[in-house]
Design a protein around this ligand. Structure first.
Ligand code: PEP
Ligand code: MN
Length: 356
């Protein structure tokens, strides 16, 4: 990490960048209000920090050992405060700002009519962003694979419905990309690219998606540590795309007996990741619990933990959903959840400065 002196000139900054590039690395330049910080991307053992330290305009040049330095508080503490996140603007929505943000919609897009009805419902309930899976990750090849399934030829049409429904109801849209071959197509239609839990470790996918320059919603793998989630999000940041939203969606439960939930929701991950990184952190209580009757309490808990937003699967008639009906709430239930979480978010924000 190279910290430039306040008022360092553009030429001095370029000179440091050249010094890094000459050693075969790339340079990530972050410009704060007063300071510029330069992070080498690549094998740092090839750099001689003492040489960089004596270049004109350089205040300090030190090696940062953490694997997720570009998204770390450490790297950016010079220009962000402890509760400030990287605010990501998507349409009129601010993610990581003061207000808690809600992504809602069906697990899977099933038809144009289904999607429009749900979009209208979640908009009325107060949601900000519309979700809907087209390329579904499924454990069984015999279950409904989503309209993006190979051989169906409905992927592009259903992505078009997402985009149109979003415009109709004033909601930016998000959908999952499951593989590299889907990146170009999906990026044409949606505002935020979701990389699901199962693909969190796919570094080629992360890089290709990052290069689209759109915000990336990265979900934690159910067997991943927090450090791994942060380290893999660094692949996105290293492409110069810092518009990353992290999502806790439950990890594998422990012990032998019944756990009663689909996964185990790790809510401590929320403040931990917010302290380690300046990226906004979301919670998905739907996949974490797999149970409609727990969505209200876990959403309120996530808001109390300080989450920047929630992703909640919603359907006007969960019983008829082809996927994940058991964990879906109705738009009416969503409204109650959103109203409660907004109040909790304000209470938590009021106490921040005194308590952490
Ligand atoms: C989803 O959000 O549609 C999904 C499949 O979630 P996850 O990747 O967390 O399992
Ligand atoms: Mn689902």
């Amino acid at each position: 990490m190279i910290i430039m002196k306040p008022g360092a000139t553009e030429e001095q900054i370029c000179n440091v960048v050249r010094g890094i590039e000459n050693c075969g690395l790339r340079a990530d330049v972050s410009r704060g209000e007063y300071l510029t910080v330069i992070g080498p991307v690549g094998d740092e053992s090839k750099l001689q920090f003492d040489r960089l330290a004596v270049l004109d305009g350089v205040k300090e040049a030190t090696m940062v050992e953490i694997p997720y330095k570009l998204i770390s508080r450490e790297y950016t503490k010079l220009f962000t405060s402890a509760h400030q996140h990287n605010v990501i603007k998507v349409g009129n929505v601010e993610i990581g700002g003061e207000e808690i943000v809600f992504i809602a919609g069906p697990c899977a897009v099933e038809s144009r009519d289904q999607l429009y009805r749900i979009a209208e419902g979640v908009k009325k309930a107060g949601a900000h962003i519309l979700r809907g899976g087209v390329f579904k990750p499924r454990s069984s090849v015999h279950s409904f694979q989503g309209l993006g399934a190979i051989g169906k030829n409905e992927a592009e049409e259903s992505l078009g419905w997402l985009s149109e429904a979003g415009k109709e109801y004033g909601l930016p849209v998000i959908t999952e990309i499951r593989g590299e071959s889907q990146v170009d197509l999906v990026a044409k239609y949606v505002d935020i690219l979701q990389i699901g839990a199962r693909n969190m470790y796919d570094q080629d996918l992360l890089v290709r998606a990052a290069q689209k320059g759109k915000p990336i919603f990265l979900k934690r793998h159910f067997g991943a540590s927090i450090e791994e989630l942060l380290s893999f999000s660094e692949y996105i940041a290293a492409e110069g795309n810092k518009n990353i939203i992290l999502c806790e969606r439950g990890i594998v439960p422990v012990g032998k007996g019944k756990s009663f939930t689909r996964y185990m929701l790790d809510l401590a991950a929320v403040p931990v990741m917010q302290k380690e990184s300046y990226l906004p952190v979301f919670v998905d209580p739907s996949h974490a619990t797999g149970r409609r009757d727990l969505i209200y309490s876990m959403s309120c808990s996530a808001a109390a933990a300080g989450a920047n937003g929630l992703m909640i699967e919603t359907h006007y008639n969960p019983a008829e959903a082809l996927v994940d009906g058991k964990q879906m709430v109705t738009p009416d239930e969503l409204k109650v959840i959103i109203d409660a979480c907004k109040k909790i978010n304000h209470v938590v924000a009021d106490g921040h400065d005194e308590n952490s």
